[in-house]
Design a protein around this ligand. Structure first.
Ligand code: ADP
Length: 441
């Protein structure tokens, strides 16, 4: 290209000089130079016109024939256009493949622009969400999915968990929505039909609840008779009364298990929130401490600290059940001579109910699984101490219903701390009269 530029400049200079030389015998050198420059300008303008015509009318055809700098320029433009066309075709192919595969998907896919307006969707979205291509394109998603829970989910911009709702066009269809943020604040909304899974889950819950309920009556009868027989232990042969004692122990265990299973089912099935009131946590903690002292048989030391003035709004029965599970666990697993502390205290903007002990602690690799049903660190020990394996699962469900979370800090030999962290929305305003921090031991 550099060579061509040089040649072009030399040609211009030579033609200009020739114009001057030819006009020199007539004493009109300047006119000769002007005519030579004019001719060259006319040539350049003609080539520009040819370029313009080519680009305007047949850009994909072969470029016009030209030599020198113009020829090279035409060739370059032609090559550039050709590569652009190939890239465009590839992109088009990729896009249509993506659209075809999204089209074939059984899940709904809706592409939203940065304002939340719908740009494109597949046919599953038409089937599940009732979107109509002619009518809904460019509409805001919340004009179509008006459920306040979806609107809150969409606006909160925290899409780490999916949202489960019924379809806007069929209330028998259960959909799970998940949003992904990408590009320039655009969003991809996916909806999956989980009706079958939801029904199975419902059946599982109903089955567990029904079985537990049906087991209650026979167990009550059994334990009633066993109690009567154990009252008559002195009239029975030694081997028999030992057997009756063991049967009594196992029946009590089964009753505890059935009660815990029923409680868990109720926590899962009920919507919650009906019996939420500001709680008297001070007296609740004191009464649980008294029960725990009885269970501990004077083997452990207890302390109750109440240093948050705001009150927790929730279900008295459920919070009592969660807190007593944590405290009784501490009694059973911390070991003799240990200190157990119950505390209601500030935690960030919210507050937390904390149960800590200075006992044997838990190996960190067990911690993520502790709230699973029937997960035990040491099965033998849990059974021996009367554990059902459902205590922490109950705590987790109670907290979920109170928009709270369970934090567990523990290390072998360093004790264990179970923290129920409640958000600010779950607290009532502090009492107007200042109340001194309460501590009892
Ligand atoms: P379980 O009925 O077996 O007590 P939980 O769900 O209440 O069932 O507890 C699960 C497991 O967590 C227990 O088996 C126990 O190993 C462990 N754990 C709970 N609390 C404590 C604690 N304070 N210290 C040590 N281990 C604990």
């Amino acid at each position: 290209m550099k060579r061509l530029w040089k040649k072009e400049i030399w040609r211009l200079a030579a033609l200009t000089a020739l114009g001057g030389l030819l006009a020199w015998p007539f004493s009109a050198t300047a006119i000769g130079i002007a005519i030579a420059l004019g001719l060259q300008l006319a040539y350049q303008l003609r080539q520009l016109h040819v370029l313009d015509q080519w680009l305007a009318n047949h850009p994909q055809e072969e470029p016009p024939a030209a030599s020198g700098l113009w020829g090279e320029l035409f060739d370059r433009l032609y090559r550039y256009q050709k590569s652009q066309r190939i890239t465009q075709r590839r992109l088009r192919d990729t896009l249509s493949r993506i659209q075809e595969s999204s089209e074939a998907m059984r899940d709904s896919v809706v592409m939203l622009d940065r304002h939340g307006d719908m740009e494109w969707w597949n046919s599953a979205a038409e089937r599940m969400l009732g979107l109509k291509p002619a009518h809904d394109r460019g509409q805001h998603i919340t004009n179509l999915l008006r459920d306040p829970r979806f609107v809150d989910y969409f606006q909160a911009r925290d899409y780490s968990d999916p949202l489960t709702l019924t379809s806007p066009i069929d209330d028998q269809m259960i959909l799970q929505f998940q949003i992904t943020l990408y590009g320039d604040d655009e969003r991809l909304l996916m909806a999956r039909d989980i009706t079958r899974l939801h029904r199975l889950e419902q059946m599982r819950r109903d089955f567990v609840a029904n079985v537990s309920h049906e087991l209650r009556t026979p167990l009550t009868v059994l334990s009633g008779y066993l109690e009567t027989y154990s009252d008559m232990a002195d009239q029975l042969p030694g081997r028999m009364s030992r057997g009756i004692e063991q049967m009594r122990g196992q029946t009590t265990r089964m009753q505890n298990l059935v009660n815990d299973l029923l409680l868990l089912s109720r926590l899962e099935i009920d919507q919650g929130g009906q019996d939420d009131t500001p709680l008297e946590l001070g007296s609740m903690m004191d009464s649980i401490r008294r029960d725990a002292e009885a269970l501990s048989n004077g083997q452990q030391h207890f302390e109750v600290i109440h240093d948050e003035r705001r009150r927790l709004i929730g279900s008295d029965k459920e919070i009592h059940s969660a807190l007593s599970n944590l405290v009784f666990n501490a009694v059973r697993y911390a070991g003799e001579g240990r200190h157990i502390t119950l505390r209601w205290k500030r935690h960030g903007q919210g507050a937390c109910l904390e149960v800590s002990d200075d006992g044997e602690g838990i190996d960190p690799h067990h911690i993520p699984r502790l709230t699973e049903r029937f997960y035990r660190v040491d099965k033998g020990r849990s059974t021996a101490t009367g554990g059902t394996g459902l205590g922490l699962a109950i705590v987790k469900h109670v907290l979920l219903r109170h928009q709270a979370r369970l934090e567990i800090d523990s290390y072998p030999g360093a004790g264990a701390t179970f923290r129920c962290v409640f958000p600010r929305d779950r607290l009532s305003a502090p009492e107007t009269q200042a109340r001194p921090a309460l501590t009892s031991e």
